[in-house]
Design a protein around this ligand. Structure first.
Ligand code: LLP
Length: 423
């Protein structure tokens, strides 16, 4: 459930008409609903309330400081994957003791920053990384808490680009090598092995891969404890999908009971790294129609948002529902179009939707690209020298610009023309 709804044919975000935001903040604009963020976080947390747990919101999904602060206020930690994300998380007020650091390519400087911040743990993805974390920690006379991210070779049944738990993926440590590496970690001076970590993929719409993964992790946990390795945290990653179109992902309650049943009474703190399931349907991208273009074969609705703002349709052929911000009074009588909804970027791959039926819009109308809260702004770029969109957070009947629209000066910040080539 989210708080983007029509009232008298006007799309609202909570109590604010989306058209009002478009007029005042301009387009394209990402709009997040605070009430939805909170609701999704609480619904996700609910099944885990009865056990020892920590939610580390996977901030790559949407890392705006305002959004992060909403989660920090709810007691959330963060799953980070870079020094930049560490910087943002701390700036937003997330407790470093609730931060886990994932990712296959952590640089020494990033590892140092995380050791200095005394984060909860590193999710180590290779033998080489384990050695580097050890060395950096020894230099600082620290002990870095770590989990090994294991690769259980479970098929998450999702888009191949966002599947991570298969042997052929670059992520994690082969489950068969885990025990050996934990034994090495145990005797390293700069390492304290305290956790097991796993993340098998994103936008999962079935529970069975989660069930299978957690039972594998449970067996590893038992083995490690028998070996005298004191595992306190079991990080099951993120990955629960959301409905974009026809998908029917299980609700968080079913996800929660699946994880808890598969783990059955192991005395361990469960860490969860949800991203999309919390923010995906809590945000939209609003855009203005620039032109309607009719060719012999097709109708194009050209809008001012493009693949640089929301790359998911181009990159994954992802479906995003597109709705008029102001709906025709009588939908039944309105003229419907089957159109490609495309942006201004100079690539045929720049589309937000293809062959989509929508009420015929006219230039100047606003459209809402739904479910754009996750991997929307956070994956946006400046391609074609397009300033990145602004981000707005709505709470009740108020809205706040939580990131200004970029200006042309932002586009060239840091660039210079060397004196030698000035003629
Ligand atoms: N933990 C780790 C280690 C991850 O790599 C990810 C996502 C998550 C948690 C959060 O997964 P979620 O709960 O959001 O499924 N850009 C793609 C999705 C990439 C996901 C990357 N990792 C998309 O737009 O679909």
């Amino acid at each position: 459930m989210h708080f983007f709804e029509y009232l008298n044919n006007q799309l609202y975000c909570e109590n604010v008409p989306v058209s009002e935001i478009c007029r005042q903040a301009g387009t394209p604009v990402f709009i997040y609903s605070c009430k939805t963020l909170e609701r999704h976080f609480n619904v996700f947390r609910e099944p885990f309330e009865k056990v020892d747990h920590l939610i580390c919101y996977s901030m790559k999904a949407c890392s705006n400081l305002g959004v992060l602060r909403v989660f920090a206020n709810l007691g959330s930690g963060a799953d980070i994957v870079s020094g930049g994300e560490l910087y943002r998380a701390i700036k937003a007020g997330i407790d470093p003791q609730k931060i886990v650091y994932s990712g296959v390519g952590k640089r020494e400087s990033e590892i140092d920053e995380a050791i200095d911040a005394d984060i909860l743990m590193f999710n180590v993805e290779s033998e080489g990384e384990l050695e580097t974390v050890n060395q950096r920690a020894i230099r600082k006379k620290a002990k870095a808490r770590i989990a090994l991210r294991v690769n259980p070779d479970v098929d998450p049944k999702t888009h191949p680009y966002i599947s991570t738990g298969l042997k052929t993926n670059k992520f994690g440590i082969d489950i068969s090598k885990a025990l050996g590496l934990y034994k090495r970690a145990q005797v390293m001076d700069g390492i304290d092995p305290v956790g097991i970590d796993c993340h098998i993929g994103s936008q999962l719409t079935e529970l069975s891969p989660f069930r299978e993964t957690v039972s594998i992790l449970k067996e590893l946990l038992k083995t490690l404890r028998q070996e005298g390795i004191n595992i306190k945290y079991l990080d099951v990653g993120g990955g629960l999908g959301i409905p974009y179109d026809q998908e029917t992902p299980p609700p968080p309650s079913a996800y929660g009971s699946t994880i808890l049943e598969a783990l059955a009474e192991m005395d361990v703190r469960i860490i969860l790294e949800p991203g999309r399931v919390i923010v995906g349907n809590a945000g939209i991208l609003a855009t203005e129609v620039l032109y309607l273009k009719q060719t012999d074969d097709k109708t194009f609705v050209i809008v001012d948002a493009a693949m640089n703002d929301l790359v998911r349709p181009s990159l994954y052929k992802a479906h995003h529902t597109i709705l008029p911000v102001i709906r025709p009074e009588d939908l039944a009588k309105s003229e419907l179009l089957i159109a490609d909804i495309v942006g201004p970027i100079c690539e045929s791959g720049d589309f937000l939707a293809r062959s989509r039926e929508i009420p015929k819009p006219k230039a100047g109308d606003f459209l809402a690209v739904m479910s754009a809260g996750a991997y929307g702004f956070s994956m946006s770029s400046n391609y074609n020298s397009r300033p990145r969109a602004c981000e707005v957070l709505v709470t009740g009947d108020k809205f706040f610009v939580v990131r200004k629209r970029e200006c042309y000066e932002d586009l060239t910040r840091g660039e210079q023309i060397p004196g030698e080539i000035i003629k």
